[in-house]
Structure formats: structure tokens, C-alpha cells
Design a protein around this ligand. Structure first.
Ligand SMILES: Cc1ncc(COP(=O)(O)O)c(C=O)c1O
Length: 401
């Protein structure tokens, strides 16, 4: 069986999540119905809410179930923006670092093009990290115009953890709400909604061994969000529509299992990650390890399961294809538009050249990754790199027909 090393894209479903999904999917009952089957479904949803809240350091009443990470992010950014503009029409500025996930990028671009927002992009450093001082400088000048600050807890491509609590403290002081996209950090880092001090936080079940198509938006009690979808008023009117009971039961089972083992598992993954980074650097000395290298112990660090390198001179796509042939499933980390590989916008924001930004390889470890998987990958990588270099050069040579 192929070795799965693309856990940042999605994880294999945990057995307890699958069992919970099947059990709940077999029961009839809409949680909004008053009969006993409806109330049984309501009980499953509310127990799930408690479990998910526990895994995020939030109150159950603050957890809004959604259809996944992208939806949570859209609801948060657009909903916070609309609520701010409704109170004061001049509050139309949104502050965000470069290198965010497409769910954020596209939402912001749409708000700019269709809704009259102005987005202020904050540059990131060579590790993809935003500086709280840069956010503070923007807010010092324009706090009265800012509707929302949004940023990731950790970069999904290069794994750099952002100083979210510091940014949130600065924004709170300026009276500006903060949304955090915690999708890639969930299941990798302990998350404490209260300690982070943010207004809203997005997560997704399929990154922690739960099903695709269910997620959560944690919304602080004091925060008002204008809804995207109107209907039956479920989920504090923020996410109307019949509640996904089976998905939530499975999400909750995954969250409970993840939360119970998080500390030990993060330690195990950190050891594997560091061994893999050292191994790649030894067998492919041309590889450039991107993101946080742990050089500054006071920096917030890198996701335990993330390894990302630039392999100069070859296309990330070729590496992924050649690794797949050897039985390893990894990612180039950047988006593909209609089958055409694009340079990674994250690497570009970090200062890599356009060519190097096409040469990323992301390897993301998960609960079923073993030390022998890592050793086998290190063994095949030099041969794969040599073959990808050949393919890369061939692709750039003029075609003769
Ligand atoms: C940082 C980040 N945000 C948002 C998303 C989107 O989440 P979903 O796939 O649940 O829509 C992802 C998924 O890759 C992600 O890594």
C-alpha cells in the first residue's frame, strides 16, 4: 500500500469517527424535530458540541457547526465585515498577511471587488511569518477604519506558526475583531480559544481524522456576525440549514480521540519531522528547507507534522508524480489551475523566485506515519530528485515535432 504523506490535504478517517458516522447515519431524526427521534439527534449534536468545544478551549455555546473550513472562513470574514460596515459604513478595511489560504484570499478579493472593501496586505518574512509590529503599525494609523483582522494560526504549506495571541492583543486594544484560520493547526497544536483572545476561529473535521464536509466556527459570545445563508435559524442563526448530525457525531469522535493523544502525538511527529528534515538535507544537499527551522527558540515554531523543501531546478509536480510511482503520496503544496501548476503564492510572499516557487515539496505526517515510512522516503529521494531534474530540464527545452 502507498505511504500517505499528505495529511495537510486531508487525513484518513479515524475508526472511531467512521463508527460514529455509520451509527448516526442509520438513525432517522432531525435535531429540530420535537419527537423522540429528533431529540435523540439533538442529544448527539449537543454532545458533539461539548466534545468539539473541549478540543478548542471554547464554551459549547460558542461552537457553530458548518460545512467545513472554507465555509467557516467565508462566514467569519464576510460576516464580521458586514456586521462592522452595518454599524459604521466607513469601517471597510480588512487586514491580512500575505500567504493565507485560498479560502481567505478569494473571500477578501471578492469583498474588495463586489462589496467595496479595501484589503491591506501585511508582508511576511522569509519564514512566512507576520510581525505583530507590522499589524500594530497599520492599526495605529487606521484602527477606526478596520472591520476585521484575519490570519492563519499556522501556514498550511510551510507549517510556520503565526504569533496570533500577540496580534489579537494588539487588535483588541484597537477595538478590532480578529478571525483566525486554525484549519491546518487543528490536531497538531493545542488550541485554546480563550487564551488566543480572538473573536472567531475556523476548523475543519477532515484534518483531524473526521469526515469531509463538516467543520466549526467558534464565535465569541460578544461578537456579532451577519449570516451568509438565511433559513431556519439553526446554529445561532449563523448557519441555517438542517444540522449534519452524522457528520457532527463523527467530527466529535475524531476530536475526542485527537485531543486525548495530542501532546504525545505532537512530540512523536516532531521527532519524525526533524529526522526527515535532517535526512533530506543529508541525501539531497541542494534542498532548501523552508519555513521555521527552530533557530529562534522564542519564535512560535513550525507544525509538528510539516516538512517543506524547495528542490531547485525541478517542477514540484514532477517530484510528486515520481514519488507516487515509488509509492509515496506527497504534495507540491501549491495550487493547480485547470491542470497547470502555478508557482506557490506562499513561497513568492516569502521572497522565493518564480522558478523556485514551482519547486516546492510538502510532506505532511499524521497519526498513521511511522519511522520506517520516513526512512524509506529518505532512501528513494535522491533518485527521485535526479529523475525530476531530468524531467524539469526536458520540459524547459524547446519542443521539436
Ligand atoms: C489553512 C487552511 N484553511 C482552510 C482550508 C479549507 O478547509 P476545508 O477543506 O475544510 O474547506 C484548508 C484546507 O486545506 C487549510 O489548510
Amino acid at each position: 500500500m502507498a505511504i500517505y504523506l499528505d495529511n495537510a490535504a486531508t487525513t484518513r478517517m479515524r475508526p472511531e469517527a467512521l463508527a460514529a458516522f455509520v451509527a448516526q447515519a442509520q438513525a432517522a431524526g432531525n435535531p429540530s424535530s420535537t419527537h423522540s427521534a429528533g431529540q435523540d439527534a439533538r442529544f448527539a449534536v449537543e454532545s458533539g458540541r461539548v466534545e468539539v468545544a473541549l478540543s478548542l478551549g471554547a464554551d459549547p455555546a460558542e461552537v457553530i457547526f458548518t460545512g467545513g473550513g472554507t465555509e467557516s472562513i467565508n462566514i467569519a470574514i464576510k460576516g464580521l465585515y458586514w456586521a462592522a460596515v452595518a454599524r459604521d459604513r466607513t469601517r471597510n478595511v480588512i487586514v491580512a498577511p500575505e500567504g493565507e489560504h485560498h479560502a481567505t484570499l478569494e473571500s477578501l478579493e471578492w469583498l474588495e471587488q463586489a462589496q467595496g472593501a479595501e484589503v491591506v496586505w501585511v508582508p511576511v518574512d522569509r519564514d512566512a511569518r507576520v510581525s505583530p509590529e507590522a499589524v500594530a503599525a497599520i492599526l495605529a494609523e487606521r484602527a477606526g477604519e478596520v472591520a476585521v483582522v484575519t490570519l492563519m494560526l499556522a501556514n498550511n504549506e510551510v507549517g510556520t506558526v503565526q504569533p496570533v495571541a500577540e496580534v489579537a492583543a494588539i487588535a483588541r486594544e484597537a477595538g478590532v475583531p480578529v478571525h483566525v484560520d486554525a484549519v491546518s493547526a487543528y490536531g497538531q497544536l493545542p488550541i485554546d480559544f480563550r487564551r488566543l483572545g480572538v473573536s472567531a476561529l475556523s476548523v475543519s473535521a477532515h484534518k483531524i481524522g473526521g469526515p469531509v464536509g463538516v467543520g466549526a466556527l467558534v464565535v465569541h459570545r460578544s461578537v456579532s456576525i451577519s449570516p451568509l445563508v438565511h433559513g431556519g435559524g439553526q446554529e445561532r442563526r449563523i448557519h441555517s440549514g438542517t444540522v449534519n448530525t452524522a457528520g457532527i457525531a463523527a467530527f466529535a469522535a475524531a476530536a475526542a480521540a485527537m485531543h486525548a493523544e495530542l501532546e504525545a502525538e505532537a512530540g512523536r511527529l516532531r521527532t519524525l519531522r526533524d529526522e526527515l528534515i535532517a535526512g533530506i538535507s543529508a541525501v539531497v544537499p541542494q534542498a532548501i528547507v523552508t519555513g521555521d527551522r527552530g533557530v529562534d527558540p522564542s519564535a512560535p515554531g513550525r507544525l509538528p507534522g510539516n516538512v517543506h523543501v524547495v528542490l531547485p531546478g525541478c517542477e514540484g509536480d514532477s517530484i510528486v508524480f515520481l514519488l507516487d510511482r515509488e509509492g509515496f503520496l506527497a504534495s507540491n503544496g501549491s495550487a493547480c489551475t485547470a491542470g497547470v501548476a502555478q508557482p506557490s503564492h506562499v513561497l513568492r510572499a516569502m521572497g522565493f523566485s518564480e522558478q523556485d516557487s514551482r519547486s516546492g515539496l510538502r510532506i505532511t505526517l499524521g497519526h498513521d506515519t511511522s519511522a520506517s515510512d520516513i526512512h524509506r522516503l529518505i532512501d528513494v529521494l535522491p533518485g527521485v530528485y535526479a529523475a525530476a531534474l531530468d524531467a524539469g530540464m526536458a520540459a524547459r527545452e524547446p519542443q521539436t515535432f
